[in-house]
Write a protein that binds this ligand. Structure first.
Ligand code: FAD
Length: 160
């Protein structure tokens, strides 16, 4: 990456760059789904029906990333590190691994939504239990919440 950025200057700056890299940590962050890009899924009917996935960028992403970067920069004394603007990368839509909310749970579900027990509209004996039922995806690691939600749905559905 440093070589790509510095181009012909790299051989000259390589010793300093190597010393800098020894002191660099890479931090990966996630955005809440309200602030991150979405993916629109469209089923194109026909004999060779296709599911088309289209990225839907969200202008809030850049605002939040900028705010977090500024916050880290202001707190550099306390944390003993500062963000390097040059190294900032925003993953393209869909590159994250906290994906969900395609069939969100609603109190009064509409088309392509589920009720509080993950039952999709117009179904009665099907329960969806994975992250697809989340009304929103948190920035924080979601797996324990996914598991707790699946357990809740299974327990409530089996006892009803
Ligand atoms: C590389 C990576 C690292 C991650 N690190 C973390 C982490 O550190 N902490 C954290 O909290 N989360 C992490 N995540 C995210 C986490 O793995 C997911 O959010 C979580 O697994 C979602 O659970 P899920 O049950 O909704 O979906 P999945 O775990 O994807 O389960 C869906 C299941 O449905 C099955 N399935 C799909 N279609 C069908 C079908 N038609 N019929 C039958 N079965 C089907 C799939 O095979 C799969 O087993 C990570 C994800 C990745 C990819």
């Amino acid at each position: 990456m440093a070589q790509d950025k510095l181009g012909p200057l790299y051989p000259l700056l390589a010793p300093a760059v190597r010393r800098l890299i020894d002191r660099v940590a890479v931090v990966k962050g996630y955005l809440h789904s309200v602030e991150s890009a979405g993916i629109r899924a469209t089923l194109e009917p026909g004999s060779d029906a296709r599911l088309r996935l289209t990225a839907v960028p969200n202008p809030a992403s850049d605002r939040v990333i900028g705010a977090v970067t500024r916050l880290l920069s202001r707190a550099r004394g306390e944390i003993g590190a500062a963000p390097i603007q040059l190294g900032l990368r925003k993953g393209p839509p869909g590159s994250g691994v906290h994906v969900g909310g395609s069939f969100p749970m609603r109190r009064r579900p509409g088309p392509l939504e589920t009720d509080a027990l993950g039952v999709p509209t117009r179904f009665s004996r099907v329960h969806v239990v994975d992250a697809t039922t989340f009304p929103a995806m948190p920035a924080a690691p979601p797996t324990l919440t996914v598991m707790a939600n699946a357990f809740r749905i299974a327990e409530a559905s089996c006892s009803s």
